[in-house]
Design a protein around this ligand. Structure first.
Ligand code: SF4
Length: 211
């Protein structure tokens, strides 16, 4: 008779399931990148340059974003330049090179924007409450992994100094954003917030509010 062991080994099975998703997505990224004559890192760079604010469009910021060394990212950007997808121009400080997608690069970014459709479609099939709980749970895990030094870049609500945990009785919106001064529904928790400031950021290093 098959033995169902309840919560025994649950953490292991959850970790294995996340690893399985990660493996599948890496494989999918390799396939879509190859179809466009790119490496997976070049694909990530193109997509980031299409989405990130100007201040993050430079080699060192992209390297940090994707956990690779600056020379590795520089090689990927040089390859994108050779392919006519990216151009470099002097940044605001005159030293760093700001990266911009060319017209051809923007076209490739548009074509690549749906690369992870299988994952978003699978998630869209879940009930709203399950998706909200999953987002909340994953953001808590990301915060713990950032504290452990495993995740280097996380601009999530759960790692933000403005995040107020469990400040409201509503289980659908228990947290609070002290910058925007609003309760945060679980469905509205942010994964990459422009206003994010890492918890513990010294006052002198805080960004100016942009909204
Ligand atoms: S500033 Fe952004 S990341 Fe920080 S708590 Fe508010 S919504 Fe979340």
């Amino acid at each position: 008779m098959t033995h169902i062991d309840g919560t025994a080994g649950l953490d292991r099975r959850l970790a294995d399931a996340l690893e399985r998703i990660g493996h599948g997505m890496r494989s999918l990224a390799q396939r879509t990148a190859r179809e466009h004559g790119l490496s997976p890192l070049q694909q990530q760079a193109v997509l980031a340059l299409a989405q990130q604010p100007q201040a993050r469009r430079e080699v060192a910021a992209l390297a940090q974003e994707f956990d690779v060394t600056t020379p590795t990212m520089s090689d990927a950007v040089t390859a994108l330049e050779r392919k006519g997808l990216v151009s470099r121009s002097p940044g605001a400080d005159g030293r760093r090179r700001s990266l911009t997608l060319t017209v051809a690069g923007l076209e490739v970014a548009t074509q690549l924007s749906s690369w992870d459709d299988p994952l978003t479609a699978a998630l869209a099939a879940l009930p709203d409450a399950d998706r909200a709980t999953t987002l909340h749970t994953l953001l808590r895990v990301i915060a713990d992994l950032q504290r452990a030094g495993v995740v280097s870049v996380a601009r999530t609500c759960t790692t933000c100094r403005f995040f107020g945990r469990d400040e409201h009785p509503d289980p659908a919106a228990p947290h609070h954003c002290h910058l925007l001064r609003v309760p945060l529904p679980l469905t509205a928790l942010r994964v990459d917030c422009l206003e994010h400031e890492t918890a513990g950021t010294p006052a002198g290093k805080r960004k100016q509010r942009t909204i």
